[in-house]
Design a protein. Sequence first.
Length: 398
Amino acid sequence: MPDEKRFPWVGLLTLAGAIFVSVTSEFLPTGLLPDMARDLDVSLSTAGLLVTVFAGTVVVATTPLAAITRNVSRKALVVAVLMVIALANVLAAIAPSYELLVGARILGGLAHGLFWAVVAAYSAHLVPPHQLGRAVAITSGGGSAAFVLGVPVGTALGHVLGWRAAFLIIGGIVVVLAIVVVKYLPAVQHKVPLRTGEIPIPARRDRSLPGVIIVCTVILLVLTAHNTFYTYITPWLVSEGGFPPDNVAFLLFLFGGAGAVGLVIAGFATDRFPKRGFAIAVLALMTAITVLAVLTGNQVIVTVAFVVWGVSFGGIPAMLQTRMLHTASFRLRDLAAALQTTAFNIGIGGGALLGSLILDGFDLTALPIAALVIFAIALVLSVSTDALRAARARRSMI
């Protein structure tokens, strides 16, 4: 059992660093889509499919890879997949064509999916249950830092040095973080030994599985809604918001910084108000996107709404991950982490694909409307299932 007295700061911060480089690698094309499309001589929507291909690979491969490697040391696996992520970034940097770049992204997606299947449950092995929200908020800080520093700085470097140099630099940083993981990340015992006479129960018969599936569905909807709009936020800010292209990196930096603030708020609120906090965050996010859709002509209002979107969304992934770890039984945690990773990436890739289809059929103004509709469905599903679960619990006490 994790030590109740000593909070594992070093291990959690090391995990956060590994998440930082992985998320930066995944979303780096988001800020460089126009540059990549121009250099590779493809359309903007085709370049956007690089995000879909990456996420699609994660969706297809994560659960099988997690099953194959279920007996491998978690720490060794984190190091191995980070090195593959580094290689994928280097291959992306030197890819002479769009097709070979797609291949590099597929390799990165394979490693990224397995990475998340491992790290999503890693913090639960380091802390007791009542500290899960705090631990997940800290490790999720790596994802927020990716949006605060990784993606904006990568975007700025891509504009100055070229998008290929940005991928090459990220690859080098991933190697450095792999070395840090070797030195500072504690090894964990992730396998649960059977007690004498105990018969292993198939995952499909685990009582927590229905709850895991519901959380995965909410994750899928939320990430689809977010990425339908956010994948194409750079061209939207330029074409609809009227911002100069050179200002986009700063706006992405603001969004990431706002997300970090939202994550800090989630770290304090998730363990105390897990259901109410999520609903409030989604409502605030929907309000911000509505303002963006309606008041596009005012750059000050657009900037403020964009920041509110960042604050609101910043804590949502941590809230959902914490809910997943509380929902899944101990034996189901690794599978739940793999399913959660799959749901996240179906949402990421599906959102990018849906946005691409909307761009081909309509225009950039339709993106926030589509995002709002899907966010509303996710909120209704979450609130209604929570209400049903609470009603069932009350009836069982009578």
